[in-house]
Every structure is written in structure tokens, then in C-alpha cells.
Design a protein around this ligand. Structure first.
Ligand SMILES: C[S@@+](CC[C@H](N)C(=O)[O-])C[C@H]1O[C@@H](n2cnc3c(N)ncnc32)[C@H](O)[C@@H]1O
Length: 221
């Protein structure tokens, strides 16, 4: 399978092109976070764009750090949400110096942009390193099963999408998957496609060890 084409995020934001952006917070987010993180715990959002999701979590009492590759997006988030408690900063998820351990990491529309399986697995591995041992990762990404090719919409714009298999291939080596659901990505005409939402936690045992031990476990005593 060929690599996905890569977008120049900073260029898009600096030209005011952010068709994925929804001014309202993603509706399922609050409920998912409440189910998976104790009140007041520390949350990291990766690829926060203009920041409305991060701010919604700050409003319900979490300590929120929100990061993005794009200086333009972060500058706008800092200006728009100057009175919120969210700490916004420019950061490349694959290349950063932050050693904080978070209770929950959230990204929406980010992992699917990495070019291939190896890059997505690298992204997932880097997130595991940022979580507490019992932390949670919530990732949300466009789903290939609803390409409305004959309609004017996101698919003609060339948004990347992932199959569930590609999603699981990226997540499972470093995480135990707790749930997979389908949700709507956004509420606008340009972003109202369906998305996989995967909640997972860091693996206790390396997947290679789990798979090695599995046949032995299947044998009768
Ligand atoms: C499709 S947008 C989604 C933005 C926002 N989460 C939303 O749902 O509206 C993907 C975002 O990920 C950011 N991004 C892409 N690669 C990144 C990386 N390596 N580190 C941090 N942010 C990244 C982009 O700048 C962009 O803001």
C-alpha cells in the first residue's frame, strides 16, 4: 500500500485553511473522558488545532495541556482561550522534550495523517511513553467505510482515512484496546464523516511475549 500524502499543517493554518475544524467541542469527548479519567487528572491533547476540545475538558475540571505542530494554530488557541486554564504549546508529538506522565492522552484526526504503518506505530509508541502505567489513550480518526464519493464532501478533499485493521495495527503493539466505537467526526458539512474512536491502555506485557505465551495457555493442564 502506498504511503499517504503528507499535509503541510502550518501552511494550511497560516492560509486560513482548516476544513476539519469544528468551532464546537466534539460531543462524545466529555463523556468518554469522564469514563476514563478521574476528576482533576492530567490530560494531554495532541494536534489540538484551535483548541475547543481542550477547553471543554478544562471547563469540567481537568488539568489540560494541549499541543500542536502548528504555531499559527497554537497562537490562535492561546488568544481565543486566554482566560481558560489550558496550557497550549507548540510541540511535535514525535520530537519533544516533555517528560511529564499524563493520565489520559487524546488526539482527534491526528494519527491517520502519518504516512504508513511504521510511522503510525511510532506515533502510538511515543504516546505510550507519555502515559502513567494505568493511563488511557483516546484516539479518533476518519473511517474508510463511509466514502461518499458521489457527493460534495470531505472525500473529494482528500482527507486521509484508516480502516479498522490499519488502526488496530498501529495501536495494538503498545496498547490493550478497551473499546472501539464509531462516532461522527464533526458536525459541519465538510467534516461530518464517521470516525473510529479507540480507547486503550498501555500494555503490561510486550505483545511479542503475549503472543509467544498464548499457545501454552491454550494447552490443558
Ligand atoms: C485534522 S487536524 C485535527 C485538529 C483537531 N484535533 C480537530 O479535531 O479539529 C490534525 C492536527 O494535527 C496536527 N498535527 C499533525 N501532526 C502532528 C504532530 N506530529 N505533532 C503534533 N501535532 C500534529 C496538525 O497541525 C493539525 O492541527
Amino acid at each position: 500500500m502506498p504511503d499517504y500524502p503528507q499535509l503541510d499543517w502550518e501552511q494550511m493554518y497560516s492560509q486560513g485553511v482548516a476544513p476539519w475544524n469544528d468551532p464546537a467541542p466534539w460531543p462524545p469527548l466529555e463523556g468518554l473522558v469522564i469514563e476514563n479519567a478521574a476528576p482533576g487528572s492530567k490530560i494531554l491533547e495532541i494536534g489540538c488545532g484551535y483548541g475547543s476540545d481542550a477547553v471543554s475538558l478544562d471547563r469540567i475540571g481537568y488539568k489540560v495541556f494541549a499541543t500542536d505542530l502548528s504555531e499559527t494554530a497554537i497562537a490562535r488557541a492561546q488568544e481565543t482561550w486566554a482566560h481558560s486554564g489550558v496550557e497550549f504549546r507548540v510541540e511535535d508529538a514525535l520530537n519533544h522534550a516533555d517528560e511529564t506522565r499524563y493520565d489520559l492522552v487524546y488526539d482527534k484526526g491526528v494519527m491517520l495523517n502519518f504516512a504508513n504503518i511504521a510511522e503510525r506505530q511510532r506515533f502510538a509508541g511515543s504516546l505510550r511513553a507519555r502515559l502513567t502505567p494505568d493511563g488511557r489513550w483516546i484516539t479518533v480518526l476518519g473511517n474508510v467505510d463511509n466514502l461518499n464519493r458521489d457527493e460534495t464532501g470531505p472525500d473529494k478533499r482528500g482527507y486521509p482515512r484508516l480502516s479498522l485493521l490499519e488502526t488496530v495495527q498501529a495501536v495494538e503493539p503498545d496498547f490493550e484496546i478497551l473499546s472501539v466505537t464509531q462516532e461522527q467526526f464533526g458536525s459541519l458539512a465538510d467534516n461530518s464523516f464517521m470516525a473510529w474512536t479507540v480507547v486503550s491502555r498501555p500494555r503490561r506485557l510486550p505483545i511479542e511475549q503475549v503472543l509467544r505465551e498464548l499457545p501454552a495457555r491454550r494447552q490443558p493442564d
